[in-house]
Design a protein around this ligand. Structure first.
Ligand SMILES: Nc1ncnc2c1ncn2[C@@H]1O[C@H](COP(=O)(O)OP(=O)(O)OP(=O)(O)O)[C@@H](O)[C@H]1O
Ligand SMILES: [Mg+2]
Length: 262
């Protein structure tokens, strides 16, 4: 099962959701791989190291110089979550590939094939652009979830472009389904957040009931390379992340596994 987290708007919590949901899914007993498809390499910095580039980053898998299995980092900052990281050089490769006639949006899907069955779920964090890399992510995915930053009316501007892009991706990849929009930085006491929540369902075919609250825990956790669950299991935001992960499981048909079944 491959899940993309995508929205071409920047800073809507794609990466935050990818990393925190990955942790929550691993705690449900699932084997999780996160793939960093954003040349900003934020997932790589959070799950691996803010200073180092992984020895075998994703760009080397995509350019054919190494196999995908060699790129998997098993020792990440989150138990049960493996990573394929990237570096800024992924941006150069994207430019080169994009300029190549017949560059294929199924490249990532082909390259991930050997590990697809090894994991219960593979989560793809995508860049803030409707770009070649995002198209590759959607072409490889079974589901796409879209974080929306609550608290600003601007969150829904551009939704039409994203919906149209996903529609195009579905033509190339008929397996792809829209999982749902996820409200992030949500504060139900704020009128603007309630308005965005109501309006979101006019733009997207599904909006998750669980939302990610506005909290300082995300930034606090990032400073010490911890997910919100690692920071404090019983906080509001941790409960919210578990709720989002479980709702994603029920939408996608993923089932939790007892730890001793491995
Ligand atoms: N629930 C939250 N409450 C408060 N701050 C949050 C929350 N979620 C994310 N943030 C903060 O918002 C910022 C953007 O988050 P993040 O990097 O996950 O977004 P993104 O969509 O991946 O961005 P980009 O488009 O650049 O890849 C970060 O500083 C993050 O710490
Ligand atoms: Mg990001």
């Amino acid at each position: 099962m491959i899940i993309s987290i995508a929205n071409h708007k920047g800073g809507v919590a794609k990466t935050t959701l990818a990393v925190n949901v990955a942790d929550a899914l691993a705690r449900e007993g699932l084997d999780v791989l996160v793939v960093d498809l954003d040349p900003q390499a934020n997932v790589t910095a959070l799950l691996y190291s803010a200073e180092e580039t992984p020895g075998v980053p994703l760009e080397k898998v995509l350019d054919g110089s190494t196999s995908v299995a060699q790129a998997v980092i098993e020792q990440t900052t989150v138990d049960g979550v493996h990573l394929i990281g990237c570096s800024l050089k992924l941006a150069n490769l994207e430019r080169q590939l994009h300029a190549t006639p017949f560059a294929s949006t199924s490249l990532l899907s082909q390259k991930l094939a050997p590990v697809t069955k090894v994991y219960d779920v593979i989560i793809l964090d995508t860049p803030p652009a409707l770009s070649f890399l995002t198209a590759n992510a959607l072409a490889a995915s079974d589901f796409v979830f879209t974080p929306l930053s609550s608290g600003s009316k601007l969150s829904l501007i551009g939704a039409d472009d994203l919906v149209a892009f996903i529609h195009q991706a579905k033509i190339a990849n008929p397996r792809l389904k829209f999982g749902g929009a996820v409200l992030t930085r949500h504060d139900s006491r704020k009128k603007v957040c309630r308005l965005v929540q109501e309006a979101a369902s006019e733009y997207y075919e599904r909006v998750l009931e669980n939302t990610m609250p506005l909290t300082t825990d995300v930034d606090k956790g990032q400073i010490v390379n911890k997910t919100v669950l690692q920071l404090e299991r019983d906080s509001n935001v941790s409960r919210a992340v578990v709720g989002i992960a479980r709702e994603m499981m029920s939408i996608t048909g993923l089932e939790s596994k007892p730890k001793d079944s491995k």
